[in-house]
Design a protein around this ligand. Sequence first.
Ligand code: SIN
Length: 282
Amino acid sequence: MEIVPSQNVIGAEIHRVELAQPLSEAEFGRVEAAFNKHAVLCFRDQHLTEPQLIAFARRFGEVERIFLTHYAHPKYPEIMFVSNIKENGRDIGHADAGSVWHTDMSYTARPPRATMLYALEVPMEDGVTLGDTLFSSAADAHDSLPTEKQQRIAKLRAIHQVAGRRARTGTGQQDQALRKQQPAVLHPVARTHPHTGRKCLYVSKGECEGIEGMPQDEALMLIDELADHTTDPRFRHVHRWRVRDLLMWDNCTVQHLASFDYRWPKHRRLMHRITVDGTVPV
Ligand code: SIN
C-alpha cells in the first residue's frame, strides 16, 4: 500500500489496495492513520459490491441509518443514492446533496465521523469531468485564526438546524417535510477532533441559525465570518471524480461542497453514499 498526499493541506490517494478484500489489522491501521492525518482519502479503481462497501465502512464504526429513507438502496438501507438521475419523472437519489459548504449532518446530536461516496457514474462533457467535490480544512482554518479570536470562540455553541437558513435561501428545498422533523441542536463553534485532538471550526452558513446567548445579528455575522474563513481557498482540496473512486472524508476536519456544473438529462451522476457513526462534538 502506498499513501500519496496531495499538494494541499488535506487529501491523499491510497494506491495498491483492493478494498473488496478485507484489510489486515496492520493495513487498516495505516489507512485509519492516513484518514486522521489527511482527512480526505481517495481509493481509485475499486470494484466493490454493496456488501463489500458496507464491510469496509464498518471498519471505521457503526454504519448509520439514513433519514431520507426514500433515497435508500432498496436492498441495502445503509446505502443512500446521491444522483441527478430521474426515473419515471422522479429523482432516484438525493439530487442536491452538498449544494452549500457544510459538514454532514451537523444538525444531529452525534454527526457522522466519516462519509464515503463510491462513484458509479460520473458526468463528462467533451472529455472533461464534471461534478467535482471541493473540501476545505476546518482544522487549518482554526489554526490560522489569531489567538484572541480562538479565545473568543472557545466556549461558544452554535445552533444547527437543517430546515434553516439554507432552505430559506433557495437551495436545499428537497425533502423539507422530513427535514423539519429534525430538531435544532447545539454544538461547539470550535470542536475538538476525537482522534487527533485538533480544534476544528464547526459552523456553516447553510445550517447554523445562531449562537447561544448572542444577539441574532451579531451571531450571524460571526457565523458568516468564520464560515468564509473555513472555506478560504488556501485550505482547499478539489476531488476530480473517476468512475470506481471510493472517496471518504472526515466530517470534523473538513467541510465540503459539491459542484453542480452538470445537468439532467444530458449528464448522469450516480454515487453510493454511506456514513459512519461519530461522537458528540465537544
Ligand atoms: C454530499 O455533500 O454529501 C455530496 C457531495 C457530492 O455529491 O459531491
